[in-house]
Write a protein that binds this ligand. Structure first.
Ligand SMILES: CC(C)(COP(=O)(O)OP(=O)(O)OC[C@H]1O[C@@H](n2cnc3c(N)ncnc32)[C@H](O)[C@@H]1OP(=O)(O)O)[C@@H](O)C(=O)NCCC(=O)NCCS
Length: 140
């Protein structure tokens, strides 16, 4: 992601997340040396993005979204698989994330990638929804 992509990424985020990240949140990721925002473009348009941090040997997945017009075409799967491979090559041994408990589509995606549920944070989100914690062993 570059600063010039900001407007389009925020638009994809707003179409995807009922509690979307602001422009400022994306900009602060750009200023964070741990953070990488990768894009997948189709038809010259940004179709999906993935924001993750590599912290020593842990890959932290912070946000992933696919534009509604491009869903169920394997884009999120592709972005997350590639990110995990690159992180593994940089020494990551585990990938971690948290997801809203009702977000069954995302949970199915993560399970398909080998993530397992390993905890729950009660009423973690501001609206009172639980977070499901998930982990994927990158050495397996
Ligand atoms: C979750 C999300 C990123 C998935 O993106 P996507 O590009 O459509 O996902 P993929 O096409 O790579 O899906 C791969 C597999 O994951 C599972 N999957 C993905 N979305 C699913 C859904 N809505 N319901 C059930 N399973 C789903 C399926 O197994 C799918 O394979 P299949 O299509 O062959 O059945 C997308 O629906 C989205 O942007 N949602 C809103 C934002 C969000 O919830 N982000 C995650 C929390 S931060």
């Amino acid at each position: 992601m570059q600063r010039s992509d900001l407007k389009t990424i925020v638009a994809v985020e707003q179409l995807s997340n009922p509690h979307p990240w602001s422009s400022g949140q994306f900009l602060s990721e750009l200023d964070n040396s741990c953070s990488v925002i990768e894009l997948l473009c189709l038809d010259d348009k940004i179709a999906a993005f993935l924001c993750s941090w590599l912290v020593v040997d842990e890959l932290h997945i912070h946000n992933v979204a696919t534009h509604p017009d491009y869903r169920r075409q394997g884009l999120a799967l592709k972005l997350m698989t590639r990110r995990a491979e690159l992180a593994k090559n940089s020494g990551a041994v585990v990938a971690l994330l948290e997801v809203r408990a009702h977000n069954t589509g995302a949970i199915r995606l993560y399970e398909r990638l080998g993530y397992r549920q390993n905890g729950r944070r009660r009423r973690y989100y501001a609206d009172g929804e639980d977070a499901v914690l998930m982990e994927c062993d990158l050495t397996a």
